[in-house]
Design a binder for this molecule. Structure first.
Ligand SMILES: Cc1cc2nc3c(=O)[nH]c(=O)nc-3n(C[C@H](O)[C@H](O)[C@H](O)COP(=O)(O)OP(=O)(O)OC[C@H]3O[C@@H](n4cnc5c(N)ncnc54)[C@H](O)[C@@H]3O)c2cc1C
Length: 465
């Protein structure tokens, strides 16, 4: 590896090159989750596609590990590398809206919240997830399950084209006709194939929605009835429910304090009266402790983002059902966590997401009925093992019918878990495309699909060991 001259690099890049001696180095190396205290050799804040290409070539030639960061929310901490190069896209935020043709070219430094505020001003939207601070780069490459998933599908179902710098440093345009294999792979295959500089998204007419949060008591009956109601709801309605001990919040009724509650965030995108009818069954599950569901601009759903740098223990999975026994376990186990906050999240899927065939994109779990996550947020790194062990115990109980996992919700859990995100046929196709576009596995700090030669080398190593 050649010694890197920061001065020389600064003259090469249009964007900033941040080194350990810079005053804002610590801030620049920090990612969303507080568990990752890594010190890269340098951080390149790319300003344009040429900078991205230069950074990719620099990583290839120097041998330094490359971390690619859009919004920095990877639960695996893949947005920062120890001793390597961080390619930070957060200053690439250009957005070109073509409202007449219902499309948008968006650079991948935008967050979901920034994109949605800008499109919301023109009464259109593309669906991302439930947090505005998540980067559109990472969420789109993973799939994108959010408030519009039942109505308009995953984020990737609304990707029309992309521009991507591949391992050789070249900028390629990809869509259904151009490099179709690459276009297939980047819709669910994560950052394995290159650095996407911008996506072309489909926009939908979404302005005033019926949205907000219902806080209900969490009993086994109410949890299972909620799942049935979310399943039966029209596709205009998508819900994300979190079961947890009632958090301290202004306006929390006394009756809710110290009890287990279900916080159901929901978006109905469609006619307001039909929306009120669709939400009625949820309001009828129990007298809500809190009900903030009302007409609002879609972008307001991103108004209250979570605090920064939590420490997180997590196990995510898809399950085919959530029966009475599972609901009972949730209610019994949640109060036993010693974490600052422990939760079981339930996303009932279906609708437009499920109508896309399993082979159409690298996200194959189209028939998954429920995305379920067990999570614990805690205060001190020394508690990590305790909380992950609690999470794993609860996940083992709930995951008896686990049918896979969403790659965007994986921590650093090893290849066996990555394989659960991709059924065999998808995996084989991803490996073949990886062989073609990144045979040296330059892009490996991700939920990695190793190219074929690395797999055989690894197998030989394993056999020799
Ligand atoms: C608070 C929170 C809420 C979330 N909610 C949802 C949700 O509702 N729905 C959902 O689907 N997911 C959700 N996620 C998961 C999220 O989509 C993934 O963690 C995603 O990878 C984060 O994207 P990012 O750009 O912010 O992260 P980063 O850490 O910047 O990127 C994650 C990885 O994606 C790759 N990557 C990112 N940008 C690029 C690019 N431009 N080109 C190539 N590779 C790139 C890299 O491998 C990188 O390591 C949530 C995560 C958090 C922390």
């Amino acid at each position: 590896m050649r010694a890197l001259s920061i001065l020389r690099l600064r003259s090469v890049f249009d964007g900033r090159v941040i080194a350990p001696s810079d005053a804002d180095y610590d801030e620049a190396r920090t990612v969303f989750y507080g568990s990752f205290d890594r010190r890269p050799a340098l951080i390149v804040r790319a300003r344009n596609a040429s900078d991205v290409s230069r950074a990719v070539s620099l990583a290839r030639e120097s041998g330094l590990e490359l971390a690619v960061r859009s919004g920095g929310h990877s639960p695996a901490g893949h947005g920062v590398s120890e001793g390597g190069i961080v390619l930070d896209l957060s200053e690439m935020k250009a957005l070109e809206l073509d409202v007449e043709r219902c499309t948008a070219w968006a650079e991948t430094g935008l967050t979901a919240g920034e994109y949605t505020s800008a499109t919301g001003a023109r009464e259109v939207a593309t669906g991302f997830g439930d947090a505005g601070s998540v980067g559109i780069g990472g969420i789109t490459l993973a799939g994108g399950i959010g408030y519009l998933v039942r109505k308009y599908g995953l984020t990737i179902d609304n990707v029309l084209a992309a521009e991507i710098v591949t391992a050789n440093g070249r900028l390629l345009r990809t869509d259904a006709e151009t490099h179709p294999d690459l276009f297939w792979a980047i819709r669910g295959g994560g950052g394995n194939f290159g650095v996407v500089t911008r996506f072309r998204f489909r926009l939908h007419a979404v302005d005033t929605i019926l949205g907000g949060m219902l806080m209900l008591p969490a009993t086994p009956e109410i949890i299972t009835s909620f799942v049935a109601a979310a399943d039966a709801a029209p596709e205009e309605l998508s819900t994300i429910a979190n079961i947890m001990m009632a958090p301290p919040m202004p306006g929390l009724p006394t009756a809710a304090r110290g009890t287990l509650v279900m916080m159901v965030r929901m978006v109905y995108s469609g006619d307001a009266q039909a929306g009120a009818r669709a939400i009625a069954p949820f309001r009828a599950l129990a007298e809500p402790f809190v009900d903030t569901v009302k007409p609002m601009h879609y972008a307001e759903m991103y108004a209250h983002d979570e605090g920064r740098h939590p420490l997180l223990a997590l196990h995510a999975m898809f399950v085919g059902d959530l029966d009475r026994g599972m609901a009972q376990s949730i209610v019994e186990r949640l109060p036993t966590s010693s974490a600052r906050m422990a939760a079981v999240e339930i996303r009932v899927l279906g609708g437009a997401m499920a109508r896309v065939s399993a082979g159409a994109t690298a996200f194959a779990h189209r028939g998954a009925r429920i995305a379920l996550s067990v999570a614990a947020m805690y205060e001190h790194p020394s508690e990590a093992a305790t909380h992950q062990s609690w999470v794993d115990d609860v996940a083992a109980i709930l995951g008896r019918r686990e049918s896979g996992v969403y790659v965007g919700f994986l921590r650093d859990e090893g290849e066996a878990r990555i394989r659960k995100a991709y059924p065999e046929a998808t995996w084989d196709r991803l490996v073949a495309i990886k062989n073609r576009y990144d045979p040296a596995n330059l892009f490996h700090l991700n939920q990695n699909v190793r190219p074929h030669w690395q797999r055989s080398t690894r197998a030989a190593d394993d056999a020799a060991a």
